[in-house]
Design a protein. Structure first.
Length: 134
């Protein structure tokens, strides 16, 4: 069970590091290049991207445990393509919302769904791990 916890903890740590690095780079670009204005949509899209990456990782871990390395590569690739497509749709929807309404409900919804999927994924992975008797 410690191995399983470490996989999920590592996922969160890597995502947090990636988010903080992207935010720092974006901030540096805005500060150093006066031509680039601080786009108001950038940070909400980074948060949405964080949510989708969390869901992708949450689905990938149980898939890897269930099917093994070889089969999970193909499934993970398909999930990655689907995640990118859904992210693109959300990005477009987020851009539309910026002009028509508040983006806050979208952000709260994406983060809430991501956290629920993450928790469910941990429970599913725990069952798979127990069944396989690692």
């Amino acid at each position: 069970k410690e191995v399983l916890r470490s996989k999920y903890l590592l996922e969160i740590l890597f995502l947090a590091l990636a988010f903080l690095t992207a935010a720092a780079v974006f901030l540096l670009i805005v500060l150093l290049l006066p031509v680039v204005s601080g786009e108001s949509w950038m940070f909400p899209m980074m948060i949405i991207g964080f949510g989708y990456a969390l869901v992708y990782g949450s689905i990938s871990i149980p898939v890897y445990l269930k099917f093994g390395v070889q089969k999970s590569r193909y499934i993970s690739f398909i999930l990655l393509v689907l995640s990118a497509g859904v992210y693109g749709v959300t990005f477009g929807f987020g851009m539309y919302l910026e002009f028509t309404a508040s983006v806050i409900p979208l952000l709260i919804g994406v983060i809430a769904v991501s956290l629920v999927v993450f928790c469910l994924s941990y429970q599913v992975s725990k069952r798979i791990y127990e069944k396989k008797g690692f």
